[in-house]
Every structure is written in C-alpha cells, then in structure tokens.
Write a protein that binds this ligand. Structure first.
Ligand code: HEC
Length: 115
C-alpha cells in the first residue's frame, strides 16, 4: 500500500468510489483557498488525495491502526508536521497558500474521524 506516487491515487480502494479523485489534487480554478473555512472542505481539497487512499504510506482517514503511533506524538507535533512536512508528507499537503488556521482545521477534521 505504500507504493504509488502523487497523482496515482485513484482507484486504490476500489469499491464504492466511482468518482475520479484527481481533481481534488488542485484547488478549483478561481477558488481562493482563503474562502475555504471548514475543515472537511479543506481536507477534501488538499489532504484527501493521499489520506483517503494511503498513497505513499499516508495514514488513512478514520483508520485507527494507521494513526495509533502517530497520535502518540500529540496534536501539536502532528500540526507542526502538517505545516512543515514530514517524510513524504509535503508541507501543508503541498498547498502552500493555506493558512495555519486552515491546515489546523483540516488536521482536526482528520483527527475527529478517529474518535
Ligand atoms: C501528496 C500526498 C499528501 C497530501 C496531499 C497530504 N499528506 Fe499528510 N501525509 C502524507 C504521507 C505520505 C504521510 C506519511 C509520512 C511519513 O510517515 O513519512 C503523511 C502524514 C501526515 C501526518 C502524520 C505526521 C506524523 O507526524 O506522523 C499528518 C498529521 C498529516 N499527514 C496531515 C495532513 C494534512 C492536514 C493534509 C492536508 C492539508 C495532508 N496531510 C495532505 C502525504 C500527504
């Protein structure tokens, strides 16, 4: 599951995911990231590409097993890694125009899915 590159995230999970997810890799034309306020929206547009499918070894959303070890670092460290990058995780998921607040909201959305 750890193999695959950026843009190669489609169809990994298969069932019930007929939607093409590659569009989520980029913010829609003309849509300022500043206007994205909700964590889920930000997640869908910026983190979903990797964290939905586990591309490149990204811990999948809602997968307690894959997040268990990471959660031990604490939310503060996870936020730092979200902002600055960590291993194959690009800083801010590669969307450098996101504000700290937006990244925080997206992270909190992912963490909330683990509860
Ligand atoms: C291009 C793919 C990609 C995108 C987009 C992406 N991530 Fe990740 N993320 C990864 C990978 C791969 C890892 C695992 C890194 C490792 O352990 O080496 C990871 C790990 C993480 C971790 C765990 C870090 C740790 O300390 O263990 C957090 C938190 C995280 N991502 C948050 C986010 C957030 C928030 C977003 C959206 C703003 C996002 N990611 C977007 C690929 C991505």
């Amino acid at each position: 599951m750890a193999v695959g590159g950026i843009g190669n995230c489609d169809g990994v999970g298969g069932a019930n995911q007929p939607m093409v997810t590659s569009r989520a890799a980029a913010l829609p034309e003309g849509q300022s990231p500043k206007r994205l306020s909700k964590g889920e929206e930000i997640y869908q547009l910026t983190c979903h590409t990797c964290h939905e499918t586990g591309a490149q070894g990204a811990p999948r959303i809602g997968n307690q097993e894959e997040w268990k070890e990471r959660l031990k670092k604490g939310r503060k460290t996870l936020l730092k890694h979200s902002l600055e990058g960590f291993g194959l995780m690009p800083a801010k998921g590669g969307h450098t125009t996101l504000t700290k607040k937006q990244v925080t909201l997206a992270l909190d959305f992912m963490l909330a899915k683990l509860r």
